[in-house]
Design a binder for this molecule. Structure first.
Ligand SMILES: [Zn+2]
Ligand SMILES: [Zn+2]
Length: 289
């Protein structure tokens, strides 16, 4: 399997010279299984460029794939009205949401394309767009196994784990929005730290919310996001090979991100840990096996 980052930014798109390296588009990842099956994780503004790439590579063939939604906050859905393959008949997408979010997912995706705010209605999209509810937070797809877990985020959100069916244990965990500090956001369904650790353990790559410095976090406790330090400590405890810092704060410039990344790597060294820490970068592809 391999994963490509099309949107790495949290909360709000941030185009401009200061964010060109880590990227200004909001959350969207493309996961490809060994057989080439397409899995899309969230539909922030990064999905627009992904759509262009899919159309360019389709050679007129139908495009089909699964789209998993961690939750329906703006930065995870706002690219969908600009996802070109959704406008083309013959294409086929399954939109997956948690039972707790399921009703609201369809409502919110339609509302963001209601005539007051967008010229084309969701139900006028040319592609087949089928909503499916995740049953028992598990799904067996084309060459991959998916598991989901509720995390700590206002309104509720999911983290996902994907393992290749023929190579379990080399998986990808994607937790874009999560407050690791248990004293943070009030989220009754959130899993405990131990449950999250068990979920992540054995995965090769963890893509996790790392939005704030320690000082910033003090002012944003309860907003549903994690500090760099908490993400590092969690990844070390989970024993993953690679931690990808994700959901960059809109105020974080590329240079500031470099500084935070250096501090994170220093933190790993001080703990005598073994962990490759990266900052999520738009356009980068990671091989998972
Ligand atoms: Zn978000
Ligand atoms: Zn969110």
């Amino acid at each position: 399997m391999r994963v490509r980052f099309w949107g790495t930014r949290g909360s709000c798109p941030t185009p401009g010279a200061d964010t060109v390296r880590y990227g200004g588009n909001t959350t969207c990842l493309e996961l490809r299984t060994a057989s080439g099956a397409l899995v899309i994780l969230d539909a922030g503004t990064g999905i627009r460029e992904l759509g262009r790439s899919l159309v360019a590579g389709a050679n007129g063939e139908a495009i089909r794939g699964d789209i998993f939604f961690s939750h329906a906050h703006w930065d995870h859905i706002q690219g969908l009205p600009f996802f070109t393959p959704a406008f083309q008949s013959g294409n086929d997408f399954t939109l997956w949401g948690a039972p707790s979010l399921f009703g609201s997912l369809g409502v919110v995706l339609r509302q963001q394309m209601s005539p007051v705010v967008f010229p084309v209605a969701f139900d006028d999209l040319g592609a087949r767009m089928e909503f499916r509810e995740l049953q028992s937070n598990r799904h067996e797809g084309a060459g991959y196994s998916m598991r989901a877990i509720p995390v700590r985020h206002p309104g509720g959100a999911l983290g996902f784990r994907f393992d290749a069916q023929d190579a379990p244990g080399q998986g990808l965990v994607f937790i874009p929005d999560n407050e690791l500090d248990a004293a943070g956001a009030d989220a009754p369904e959130a899993s405990t730290r131990d449950e999250l650790l068990a979920f992540v353990r054995g995965a090769r790559v963890l893509v996790h919310d790392a939005m704030y410095t320690g000082t910033e976090y003090m002012h944003h406790r309860g907003w549903g996001h994690s500090s760099y330090r908490d993400a590092i400590e969690f990844a070390l405890d989970a024993g993953v090979e690679t931690l990808v810092l994700f959901h960059h704060d809109p105020e974080r410039t590329d240079d500031a991100m470099d500084e935070q990344l250096a501090l994170c790597r220093q933190m790993v060294e001080e703990r005598k840990g073994v962990l490759d820490v990266q900052g999520a970068m738009e356009g980068v592809t990671l091989e998972l096996d």
